[in-house]
Design a protein around this ligand. Structure first.
Ligand code: SF4
Ligand code: SF4
Length: 129
């Protein structure tokens, strides 16, 4: 099957998708991270992940998500995003949800970034959010 050409370039982006508050991690992702860091799954959970309780649910439902750190472009980002290069530091071990995003040949944020850079006449411009 012919793959559609991607209309975004993560290498030129500031990593907006890595600023999402909840980036969910599955048990399979945890196993991959444990192998990558050569630590136990329990250590992956305690060092790099946290539990998020879903709101507006009658029963208690929790998600395991990536920890964040402060950021100079977005309020906070995934702890694995390099603050300067804006690239993922665990690219080959990143969670499935990161691999799948944006699930389309186009990325809405990248379209916005391209538009702003064109307006500013500066290919490296980034709006702070
Ligand atoms: S926001 Fe879009 S273009 Fe930017 S890093 Fe994420 S997927 Fe790539
Ligand atoms: S693991 Fe990598 S790709 Fe996924 S949110 Fe963190 S920095 Fe971004």
């Amino acid at each position: 099957m012919k793959r559609k050409k991607l209309k975004y370039n993560c290498l030129k982006c500031t990593g907006y998708c890595c600023s999402y508050d909840r980036i969910e991690v599955s048990e399979k992702d945890i196993r991959r991270l444990a192998q990558y860091f050569e630590i136990s799954q329990q250590d992956v959970k305690s060092k790099h992940l946290k539990t998020y309780k879903l709101k507006n649910k009658k029963e208690n439902i929790f998600e395991i998500i990536l920890r964040h750190k402060k950021d100079h472009i977005f309020k906070s980002v995934c702890k694995f995003l390099d603050s300067e290069s804006r690239q993922c530091t665990i690219y080959h071990a990143r969670p499935k949800v990161c691999r799948q995003y944006p699930n389309s040949p186009k990325c809405g944020y990248y379209e916005f970034l391209k538009f702003e850079r064109k307006q500013q006449g500066d290919k490296s411009y980034y709006p702070t959010l």
